[in-house]
Design a protein around this ligand. Sequence first.
Ligand code: ARG
Length: 277
Amino acid sequence: MNKNMSRREFVAAAGLFAGMMGLVGCGGSGSAATTAAASSAAADAGLGLVTDGKLTVGTSPDFPPFENLENDQYVGLDIDLAQALADKLGLELEMKTLQFDAIVPAVAAGGQVDLGISGITIDPDREEQVDFSDSYYIDDLAVVTMKANADITADTYADALNQAGVTIAVQSGTTGESYAQENFPNATTQPYGNATDAFAAMQAGQANAVITNKAVGAKMVSESYTDAQVIKEIATGEEYGVAVSKDNGALLDAVNGALAAITDDGTLDSIVNKYFG
Ligand code: ARG
């Protein structure tokens, strides 16, 4: 070992060399293992990860079926996606809980998380702060009310919600929040740090409606808030992407490469089908 090289540098260089040999050896049609080894070496050598050998991913686990905690374990489509990306890159996955509105700033600031995967809609404001991968899921918004509430229906919601004295509960910093503010300016849009708190507030009579994403509204009313219902879907067609620091083009390329690979080999489809099949 070169005396001027730290052990870590040596390991990284050796890994890179092994990875290059793997690429040469596989002749363009390599096995998953070879590809993973090659990517892993590249990762250690140049992806600027928060922790070597690990993909550290920020998420707000209050958003089933994308991310949620079950018995203290992270579960959901985004968690499976994060694991599949980590596997492709030959990295260990570490999930980190952040409040949703802190994820994009944390990715932009660096040092805490490598990626944000949290049902994050690609939008122009966020694109000023971070880069996004190609999109992996398309969602809409939904208006959720208590079943006992006959005042707000699919036909009347546009007027019924846009009234002084009406409170719309949303998760802070989400597309649901901006939709409510823009479309129901006469109402009070009340942000909650946690998505589930918005539902709990409505259930407790502190809000007349919740605006969240369609997939999440459907899941919440079918499992946790069965006295609530989705009264209206709003076709926003918002695209979910993985947030990556603008300073880390190598990581963005690696994520897009891994995403393309799991799209081509059917992994992404089977993850989506697991939750929406
Ligand atoms: N898709 C919405 C947005 O990007 C909401 C995402 C909320 N995600 C969460 N894990 N709570 O604004």
